[in-house]
Structure formats: structure tokens, C-alpha cells
Design a protein around this ligand. Structure first.
Ligand code: NAD
Length: 372
């Protein structure tokens, strides 16, 4: 147990609950939470009390000054990610960040270069691609069950987070919008199933200049929209496949509001919603008329947020590469921001970055302990 990797949270907001739960239960053999901090001290104090965490730092500087902390878990809002991650790396800590890595590609690229220069690990959400659902799909595609991948469709259609999130303003500030917010799930899944992309095209627009919050506690508050809220993108992959992606906060729920399908020469694979770790997998192959339900063959079907961090922690100890790696999250950021750049500049954007797909997850009976 003393070999566990020591981590500290910066940001203890809405999403922190599932990380606190999973890292103190399922993944508690890989990591130890040694401290937490938040601008709203009460949030950190409550988490520390509830989960028996030793340190509540008064601020991020105090967290970074704690020599026992090996990894910073960055759970701040998107437009805070870059500065927090950079400061963590400069202080000699490994960093695992919630998505997106940064709100523009240049900042993401800088963080990746900094991690390489300093020899520190940079990891990033989402880690849903490590769940049983997408990992089973990856095995099916890699084993030829749909033949040669030709294309893919990824769709996330909805009316925006202001209907449920208690502080939804950041989704409409720079760094928000449905592409940087939800795109990471869909595009991380796509690049894990199809490999790296080479170019993108897109259209991006904001259908409404203002939004009305209907969640509590700010019911009725009007907020200005600073980012596109409806995106259509085309992604060309190095393996020759072409995907289309639509992400929107501007519409009501569609018949198929959230889905990914991978289309191959010999069949079509319905991939579970990449916002989740599991879900239904269905396969229709050439010559068949019925979709077949495919059982999930890999572990982590439930909300296992923290799995990517646990994998990075294990990798720090063994020296292997970690799966939710900086190269991947930076590549995903370049794809997402490239779609908007393509729209702004009315041209195809050729990507600078690439990445190597991580080793598939292994079947293991020791849930919560990662493979070497
Ligand atoms: N809410 C969700 O369902 C959800 C799901 C998946 C991923 N995420 C991602 O998680 C991240 C956080 O989202 P959230 O919904 O938890 O936001 P949130 O606003 O609820 O929480 C962010 C917290 O970070 C704190 N913070 C900001 N700067 C800080 C600093 N310098 N030092 C200490 N604390 C600081 C804030 O005070 C706040 O408590 C975002 O990147 C989001 O995209 C959220």
C-alpha cells in the first residue's frame, strides 16, 4: 500500500464526487488522495471530512509546495486548465487534467512539450474509452468483424447544460460549447477505434446570442454566449476512414441524440455512448438482417472515472506508457479546435499532431489494479 501514487485535487466542484468515490474505493490500491484544495474552501473541507483526506490546502501554491504530492488532479473549469496544468508541471508534478487539455491548440501543444521536456507525465480525461464498452468495440474492429473501416458517425444533440448544472455559465464562455465540452468523449472514442486523424473540415455557429438558466440556484438568469454552440465536422483518418460529427447545445433531443456508429466494408458497429463506460454494443454484418447484441468482454462497465488516472499511476511505478496520455488528449484538442478553425477560415485544416493508440485494456480479475 505504501507504493501507492500520492495525488492531490485542485478543484472540488461538481465532477469531483465520482473521482473521490472511485479513487477511495475501486482504485485505492493504485492511488492515495493526500490533499484537496478549492477556491471555495468549504468544498475542499467537506470532501476531506467525508473521505478522510489528510490535507486541505489553503490554495494551489500550498498544494504544490507539498513534497509528498506526486500527481496533481486538475478538476478546475476548462478555461483554468492550461494555467493550472502548466504550473503543476513547472513545480515538478505529474498532472492529470479533466477535459479539454486546454481551450486552444497552441496552449495544449505547449503543455505537451513542457511535459516531454521535464520528463513528467501528462494525462487527460476522458477515460471512458478505457471502459468495457469501447474496449470491446476496439477488439471487434481490430479483429476484422466489420471488415475495413470506411466511415463513422458521431452525434451529440441536446439543449445545453443550463437545464441541470448548478453553475452552467462556463459552458458558454471561451473554452466551453458542445465541441470542447462533449467532443472529447466522442473524438477520443473515434481515435481509439480508428487511429489518428490527418485533417478536418467543419462548420460552427452560435444559434442564440444568449441563454436562460433553468437550473437552480440561478433559475431565470440570462447569460451571454461567447462560443459556437452547434458544430458539424468531417474528420479524415490516417487509415482512410472518414467520420462525420455533430455536437450541439442548440436543439431539442433528437430521435438518436447521442450515438456513435463505425461503418465498415463488412458490417456496422453501434458503439455505446462514449460519455459512459459501458452500454449496448450491436453488430450488423453483411448478409444479416438482425442486429446482434455483443456481450461486453472487458472490465469497467460502470462509471469508473479515475480509471485513466489509476492507469497513469500504475504506469508511473512500472515505467510503461499510460493510456490516457498527453499525445492523445492534445491530438483530440487539435481535431476539435481544427473543426472550428476550418469553419472560420473556410478551408481544410491539416493536423500537426498524431499519436499511437495505447495498448488495449487487458481482461483482469483484479478490478481496480491495472496491468503492468
Ligand atoms: N460536471 C460534470 O458533469 C462534468 C463531467 C465530466 C467532466 N467535467 C469536467 O470537469 C471540470 C470541472 O467541471 P465541474 O462541473 O466540476 O465544474 P465546477 O465549477 O463545479 O468545479 C470547478 C471547481 O474548481 C475550483 N477552482 C477553480 N480554479 C481553482 C484554483 N485555482 N484553485 C482551486 N480551486 C479552483 C472552483 O472553485 C470550483 O469549485 C471541467 O473541465 C468539466 O469539463 C464535468
Amino acid at each position: 500500500m505504501e507504493n501507492r501514487v500520492k495525488i492531490a485535487f485542485v478543484g472540488v466542484g461538481n465532477i469531483s464526487g465520482i473521482y473521490l468515490k472511485n479513487l477511495t474505493t475501486t482504485f485505492s490500491r493504485e492511488v492515495e488522495i493526500v490533499g484537496v484544495c478549492d477556491l471555495i474552501a468549504e468544498r475542499a473541507e467537506t470532501a476531506a471530512r467525508e473521505y478522510g483526506i489528510k490535507n486541505v490546502y489553503k490554495d494551489y501554491d500550498e498544494l504544490l509546495a507539498d513534497g509528498s504530492v506526486e500527481v496533481v488532479l486538475n478538476l478546475t473549469r476548462p478555461n483554468e486548465h492550461y494555467a493550472i496544468t502548466k504550473k503543476g508541471l513547472l513545480a515538478g508534478k505529474h498532472v492529470y487534467s479533466e477535459k479539454p487539455l486546454a481551450t486552444n491548440f497552441e496552449n495544449g501543444r505547449e503543455l505537451l512539450a513542457l511535459a516531454k521536456e521535464t520528463g513528467l507525465r501528462l494525462g487527460g480525461a476522458p477515460d471512458t474509452f478505457l471502459g468495457g464498452g469501447i474496449q470491446t468495440c476496439r477488439r471487434l474492429i481490430d479483429s476484422g468483424f466489420i471488415g475495413t473501416p470506411v466511415g463513422a458517425t458521431a452525434v451529440l444533440l441536446g439543449c445545453g447544460h443550463e437545464v441541470w448544472h448548478p453553475g452552467p455559465e462556463f459552458y458558454y464562455e471561451k473554452g466551453g460549447g458542445p465541441m470542447l465540452d462533449m467532443g472529447p468523449y466522442y473524438i477520443t472514442a473515434l481515435v481509439n477505434l480508428l487511429g489518428p486523424a490527418v485533417s478536418v473540415m467543419g462548420r460552427a455557429k452560435a444559434s442564440y446570442p444568449q441563454r436562460v438558466i433553468t437550473s437552480q440556484p440561478n433559475y431565470g438568469k440570462i447569460i451571454d454566449v461567447e462560443v459556437p454552440t452547434h458544430y458539424c465536422g468531417i474528420i479524415d483518418f490516417a487509415n482512410g476512414a472518414t467520420a462525420q460529427i455533430v455536437t450541439s447545445f442548440d436543439v431539442q433531443y433528437a430521435r438518436f441524440g447521442r450515438y456513435i456508429e463505425i461503418l465498415g466494408s463488412e458490417g456496422t458497429l453501434r458503439v455505446p455512448d462514449p460519455n459512459d463506460f459501458g452500454g449496448e454494443i450491436r453488430l450488423l454484418r453483411a448478409g444479416e438482417t438482425q442486429w446482434k447484441e455483443i456481450p461486453m468482454a472487458l472490465p469497467y462497465p460502470d462509471n469508473s472515472r479515475g480509471l485513466g488516472l489509476a492507469d497513469m499511476a500504475h504506469a508511473i511505478r512500472t515505467g510503461r506508457g499510460h493510456r490516457a496520455c498527453g499525445e492523445q488528449t492534445c491530438h483530440v484538442l487539435e481535431i476539435m479546435t481544427g473543426i472550428e478553425r476550418s469553419s472560420d477560415e473556410n478551408r481544410t485544416v491539416f493536423l500537426e499532431t498524431t499519436f499511437q493508440r495505447s495498448k488495449p485494456m487487458q481482461y483482469t480479475r483484479l478490478v481496480g489494479i491495472l496491468d503492468d
